[in-house]
Design a protein around this ligand. Structure first.
Ligand code: HSE
Length: 437
């Protein structure tokens, strides 16, 4: 059999340890498929003595993880350290400077520095692969870059954060509170070290920006993703959505937008909780599962679904990248050479047509409903349904939820502007868009 692909592995957290377990457990099968063995030569992490459930004695150890790229006895670096900058970024740059390929699960680093790193990899003629950075074990990057390569992708959207999906679907099924379910997600190990990245939508936005770049041949533009998380969703929102025939899911959507009328194509990217019709495939995605829909102009709708986090699924994606490299596949990280990536300006979401759910917590006194409906009228928003829930216990704050007819998003924004600062509101209004079929 041919010479092994020699690997340096930096970062021995859940996923790094999972990579060791997978490479060891499936060694023979992987060698047959790759045409040569994968050999982990050296590992590095912050703490050598931490218990990880894997035996590190077969591997050399480096204290300085950023130095492993300089070793002559490795061909490729696997970066499982995390963080957009710091040691992970230094290691990635060092890898290319030393002519070595890089496999990473680091969505933050790719979302912030992906184009510059792809340029460095291209210049060094080495691979940069990050299947594990988006949707864990789901081969969605491969699906877009290879399986759907013949298509113009018209839209890509989906459930990109397992923690949020676990929280929302568990709240829906159990009626439990947000904080209680978040604590369970953290115990189960799929929340990020800083859970605000999950629940504020940042993690999903990192992944969406990467997917959009691949799907549309555009430069990664994480800063342009309109991002809102799930922290303000109440059990009552889930209840009202269900009564209307919807579930609530954190959805990332990206699509090219040429609606400005100036002939230019812009890029729309948004991560926000949405009302999803109960008969939509994404409504059935529960727990920490991820699902991505890509609409190709010839393939039609493609649905990729599976575990979006966890050591096994994420290691599966990392090792798939290593197998590609062992086979000699370099490829363009974002499907096309860096010089051909388009710098698409962000789309103005005000042009978008759609329906929205608006929820208000208001003082229960005469005129408040009239104030809300007057703002809708003045902004040209047509209301399709409206619910006000009285409080039998005499609490003076009540919930008003309404769903609009289809119309421009700018009109909803204008209605909310008209209501801004009103003393009738106990909390800022919550807006969620409705996902079409
Ligand atoms: N914290 C992420 C999630 C896992 O919950 O989906 C890996 O991106």
């Amino acid at each position: 059999m041919a010479e092994p692909l020699r690997i340096a592995l930096a970062g021995l957290g859940t996923v790094g340890a999972g990579v060791i377990r997978l490479v060891e457990a499936n060694a023979a099968l992987i060698a047959r498929r790759a045409g040569r063995p994968l050999e982990i030569v050296v590992v590095s992490a912050r703490d050598r003595n931490k218990e990880r459930g894997v035996d590190l004695s077969p591997y050399a150890w480096e204290d300085d993880m950023t130095a492993i790229a300089a070793r002559d006895d490795v061909d490729v670096i696997v970066e499982m350290v995390g963080g957009a900058d710091g040691p992970a970024l230094t290691l990635a740059r060092n890898a290319f400077a030393h002519g070595k390929g890089l496999v990473t699960a680091n969505k933050a680093m790719i979302a912030h520095h992906g184009v510059a790193l792809a340029a460095a990899a291209e210049q060094a003629r080495v691979p940069l692969k990050f299947e594990a950075a988006v949707a864990g074990g789901i081969p969605v990057i491969k699906g877009l870059r290879e399986g759907a390569a013949a298509n113009a992708i018209e839209r890509v959207y989906g459930i990109l954060n397992g923690t949020c999906n676990f929280i929302l679907s568990t709240m829906e099924e159990s009626g439990r509170d947000f904080a209680d379910v978040l604590a369970e997600a953290q115990r189960r190990g799929f929340a990020e070290a800083d859970p605000s990245f999950d629940i504020e939508g940042t993690d999903a936005a990192h992944k969406l920006a990467i997917l959009a770049a691949i799907a549309f041949g555009a430069e990664v533009d994480f800063a342009a993703v309109e991002t809102a998380g799930i922290t303000r969703i109440l059990a009552a929102d889930i209840f009202e959505a269900a009564a209307l025939g919807y579930v609530i899911r954190l959805i990332g959507i990206a699509e090219p937008d040429a609606s400005d009328g100036d002939g230019a194509t812009r890029l729309f990217q948004r991560v926000q909780p949405h009302l999803v019709p109960v008969d939509h495939p994404l409504a059935h995605v529960v727990g920490a599962t991820n699902a991505v829909v890509a609409e190709g102009n010839f393939s039609g709708r493609l649905l990729f679904q599976g575990a979006g986090a966890g050591d096994g699924p994420t290691a599966s994606a990392v090792v798939a990248d290593l197998i590609d490299i062992a086979r000699g596949e370099v490829g363009c990280p974002f499907s096309v050479p860096v010089a051909e990536l388009e710098a698409l300006p962000p789309a103005d979401s005000g042009h978008r047509m759609g329906r929205a759910y608006l929820r208000f917590l208001v003082a229960d006194r005469p005129g408040v409903l009239a104030e809300i409906t007057a703002a809708m009228r003045d902004a040209g928003v047509s209301i399709e349904s409206l619910i006000q829930k009285g409080r039998p216990d005499g609490d003076s704050t009540v919930l008003v939820a309404l769903v609009t007819h289809e119309g421009p998003e700018a009109s909803v924004t204008e209605a909310l502007r008209l209501l801004e600062g009103s003393p009738s509101f106990a909390a800022p209004p919550l807006v969620m868009h409705l996902l079409g079929h």
